[in-house]
Design a protein around this ligand. Structure first.
Ligand code: SAM
Length: 240
């Protein structure tokens, strides 16, 4: 890579990181604006009421549209039965969204709770140790009012070894930001996904997470399912 191109990529990454941080300083104005522009979201009172509580708690790292996508396809998948999973929990914002709407199905949550594992620097822009400002105990406290939640601390997929051999999933949220973890998630969950079940992944189209798209595009090249892009950065597959 030329020196100029390397500098340009670093600048883009820096700008994205600054924009991501700004969202935490005053999230309510942009979110209020976004909410008013979308009829579908505005009409789902269960979701919007929950969203305002989430904003005040300050742990949500998804945009309102991304959170709505999870709410919508999660609730559509519940009648299939089986389990639900999220890989990449961090402080528990997405996990709380899933917990709120999962009914009594079992939710499996996977994270190191100590930040990113080793990354592949030829593909990934994140660094080992990013997202380390969280703990398993704080997320457990945050989600304590919900039932049927299992925490799996450690590096995925090793941390999945205690799951029942015949487990099946109706809905999976992958939010791991890097190539190897995304590929591990697809290798593990795709064969265990029920027919009609959904995998949504964050950051498929994020400039700061190029490994996610690479993993998806490689994995689904010989599968029956198409990978659908969703706003803002997510993608989704539905098992045939
Ligand atoms: C962007 S954060 C997740 C954000 C979270 N979904 C939310 O709603 O706020 C990415 C997380 O993925 C976790 N992660 C990435 N690869 C992992 C792996 N192989 N095993 C366990 N955790 C991993 C990191 O520890 C980090 O907490």
């Amino acid at each position: 890579m030329s020196k100029e191109k390397g500098n340009a990529e670093r600048n883009v990454t820096l700008i994205i990181k600054i924009l991501e941080k700004l969202r935490y300083i005053s999230p309510s104005l942009p979110y209020k604006y976004l909410q008013l522009t979308n009829n579908t979201i505005r009409n789902e009172e269960r979701f919007t009421e929950f969203w305002w509580r989430m904003i005040q708690e300050g742990r949500m790292s998804l945009t309102i549209r991304e959170a709505f996508n999870i709410y919508y396809y999660l609730t559509k998948s519940l009648p299939l039965g089986g389990s639900i999973a999220e890989v990449g929990v961090y402080k528990g914002g997405g996990a709380k969204l899933i917990s709120e709407f999962k009914s009594d199905l079992t939710l499996h949550l996977f994270d190191t709770f100590e930040g990113m594992p080793e990354v592949n620097s030829a593909v990934d822009l994140h660094l080992k140790g990013d997202f380390s400002d969280t703990t398993l105990e704080s997320v457990q406290r945050y989600l304590k009012s919900y039932s049927n939640i299992h925490f799996h601390k450690g590096i995925f997929p090793n941390s999945s070894k205690d799951l029942p051999k015949n487990i099946q999933f109706c809905f999976v949220h992958l939010d791991v930001d890097i190539y190897e973890s995304t590929l591990s998630g697809l290798n593990f969950f795709y064969p265990r996904l029920k027919e009609g079940g959904v995998i949504i992944s964050h950051d498929y189209n994020s400039i700061s997470c190029p490994g996610v798209k690479k993993a998806y595009d490689e994995f689904f090249v010989d599968k029956n399912e198409d990978v659908f892009f969703l706003w803002d950065t997510q993608c989704m597959i539905r098992k045939r």
